[in-house]
Design a protein around this ligand. Structure first.
Ligand SMILES: *[C@@H]1O[C@H](CO)[C@@H](O)[C@H](O)[C@H]1NC(C)=O
Ligand SMILES: *[C@@H]1O[C@H](CO)[C@@H](O)[C@H](O)[C@H]1NC(C)=O
Length: 273
């Protein structure tokens, strides 16, 4: 009789006693960040536990190809930093106040280009374990364009040059005031921060009045040269200026010496008397 009751009760309550298995969902499939900035990536987990930190493991990993790094780990509500990859030291944390509401939110600050990759959020509670993948790409806009201008060795031509750094690599185009495209020679090198340093040059005639603009396509940064206003002074000009200065200096020197001689002579005359 008693056993029958227990059996019936079990049958009735079985679906409730057997907990819903844990599932995670990604807040967004992919995120974008900027060099030096912050990103907040999130996974939700369900069901919630009445004791949120009890038996809770939360981990974030970075995966790229066959490379794998531990970004952050929480065990029973305690941060476990001993296996954190040094690249993320001091830059990655999980926002604790979201956990009781079912959030596994990872914040990565001072973003680097090589933080780009796939992140895995993994949550384990007494209800089971689940994970999701999230993509992050970190870019760097080509902010400042540095321009320089020089005369070609042969003379008669100007070499206009634009330089900027960013990520990913950008195409660069040149055009003049009339919308005419120019052929440029462009070189790309990689910096220690994994940025691309792009230097692009065109040669133009120094006699005609025109404007030339270089544009970095990835984010529209540009610089314009106004010719002939920005034409560098010729070497001869600079030399002439120096010669004039020297001549002027010499004149003053000679005049001073003359004056001193005159004064000395006058004094000698005075003392003889
Ligand atoms: C990522 O880039 C930083 C410099 O921006 C460097 O210190 C670090 O070693 C790089 N990490 C890897 C795994 O290449
Ligand atoms: C170059 O730009 C300046 C200032 O924007 C403008 O006044 C000038 O007319 C332009 N020159 C030509 C040749 O278009």
């Amino acid at each position: 009789m008693n056993w029958t009751k227990v059996f019936i009760l079990q049958l009735v309550f079985q679906p409730c006693l057997q907990a819903v298995p844990l599932t995670t969902t990604a807040e967004q499939a992919s995120y974008r960040g900027q060099l030096g900035g912050d990103v907040l990536m999130g996974c939700r987990f369900h069901p919630l536990s009445p004791y949120p930190y009890d038996n809770l493991t939360m981990a974030w990993y970075w995966i790229s190809g066959d490379r794998f790094r531990e970004v952050y780990r929480l065990d029973h509500g305690q941060e476990q930093m001993s296996f954190q990859h040094p690249d993320f030291r001091g830059r990655a944390r999980v926002l604790m106040d979201g956990i009781k509401d079912g959030w596994a939110r990872l914040q990565v600050s001072r973003l680097r280009i090589n933080d780009t990759g796939t992140y895995q959020c993994l949550v384990r509670t007494r209800n089971g374990a689940d994970f999701k993948h999230i993509n992050l790409s970190v870019t760097a806009p080509y902010k400042t364009v540095t321009k320089s201008i020089s005369k070609s060795a042969a003379g008669g031509e100007l070499v206009l040059s634009c330089r900027s750094e960013g990520y990913p690599v950008s195409t660069v185009a040149w055009e003049d005031a009339h919308g005419q495209k120019l052929n440029a020679s462009t070189t790309v090198v990689t910096t220690a921060d994994h940025l691309f340093r792009i230097t692009t040059q065109v040669r133009v005639g120094s006699s005609q009045k025109n404007n030339y603009t270089c544009s970095f396509h990835s984010n529209g940064s540009s610089a314009t040269f106004h010719i002939p206003d920005e034409t560098p002074l010729q070497k001869e000009h600079t030399n002439n200026a120096n010669v004039t200065q020297t001549a002027f200096g010499t004149c003053i020197g000679i005049a001073l010496i003359g004056l001193i001689i005159v004064v000395l002579q006058l004094r000698r005359k005075g003392s003889v008397r």
